[in-house]
Design a protein around this ligand. Structure first.
Ligand code: GTP
Ligand code: MG
Length: 295
């Protein structure tokens, strides 16, 4: 059999389970996952290589949303790029969200790429609605396969993987056999901190926060990581730090434990908090945080 390789891009609404699925298919926690919408802000590659057989370059993407800030516009550019360069699109639908069928994206259904409609979170269905849901998606996307899965439990994810490989075009590998992602260790460290912020605070704090890693030093037995959390207002800084620094400490400890697991090493994590007014609409800062802007 000749070698296969291609870009398999995961698209869908916020909270559909895109990052959960990519992590499962890649077998590493590359993308952060939280119960809150708009967790993922970047396009994150996850690479699976089966030597002499195939290489799948998955892309996790931000969930679709109406852009209110410069940040959102940058996020939606990542989504547009992922529609354009996909060989295979995994269009992910959350079966627990009834609005998903009504608000499907025609630009995805009409994209040139091959399409698999992935009905996620079927572990949550308590009624007999799945067969009708599958049928309704077969009508919307007659040329595509419709596969019900649970990204969290792993139900049908091996079958999904088989179908993805079947749809991959022939071609040479894009990345080296040991490469896992396009993202740097600094980026992954910043994301782990952002996940803990999403999990630890309610309402606007997660959305008003961004994380920049200032230092990432491998000192042999210890990884020394220093990072700054940026918020938009002084009041948010107070909430983030909490009484006697308690809340920030919780975030720091949870992030450090995950980092130690991911890098299999002891980690020292230093966290600082700074206010950057209106960073979500500031092109210069958005660029600094790694968002691609432009027309
Ligand atoms: N019950 C159930 N929950 C799931 C499943 N897949 C994901 N979740 C949960 O759904 C929530 C959102 O998952 P994510 O993977 O962060 O979703 P996402 O599509 O990446 O979200 P954004 O990054 O915000 O666009 C998390 O709480 C997950 O644990 C599933 O198959 N079953
Ligand atoms: Mg995500």
């Amino acid at each position: 059999m000749s070698h296969k390789a291609g870009f398999v891009n995961i698209l869908g609404k916020p909270n559909a389970g895109k990052s959960t699925l990519m992590n499962r298919l890649v077998g590493e926690k590359l993308s952060i996952v939280t119960p809150k919408a708009q967790t993922t802000r970047h396009r994150i590659l996850g690479i699976v290589t089966e030597p002499d057989q195939y290489q799948i370059v998955f892309s996790d993407t931000p969930g679709y949303l109406e852009a209110k800030y410069g940040l959102h516009k940058a996020m939606m550019r990542f989504v547009e790029m992922a529609i354009e360069d996909a060989d295979v699109i995994l269009y992910m639908i959350d079966v627990t969200d009834p609005s998903d069928v009504e608000s499907y994206r025609t630009e995805i259904l009409q994209a040139e790429s091959k399409l698999i409609v992935v009905l996620n979170k079927v572990d949550q269905l308590t009624d007999e609605s799945l067969p009708a849901l599958i049928e309704s998606w077969k009508v919307l996307a007659p040329k595509s396969e419709v596969i019900p899965i649970s990204a969290e439990d792993g139900l049908n994810t091996s079958l999904l993987m088989e179908r993805i490989v079947a749809l991959l075009p022939e071609g040479e590998a894009y990345y080296g056999p040991d490469e896992l992602t396009d993202k740097t260790e600094r980026f992954l460290a910043a994301e782990i901190i952002r996940e803990k912020i999403f999990l630890n605070y309610k309402q606007e704090i997660p959305y008003a926060s961004e994380v920049g890693v200032d230092a990432f030093k491998d000192e042999g037995k210890l990884l020394r990581i220093e990072a700054t959390i940026y918020v938009e207002r002084a009041t948010q800084k107070g909430i983030l730090i909490g009484h006697q620094g308690k809340e920030l400490k919780k975030v720091g400890t949870a992030a450090r434990l995950d980092m130690e697991k991911f890098w299999d090493k002891k980690v020292y994590l230093g966290l600082f908090v700074k206010v950057k007014d209106n960073w979500r609409n500031d092109d210069r800062l958005l660029k600094y945080f790694g968002y691609k802007l432009g027309s």
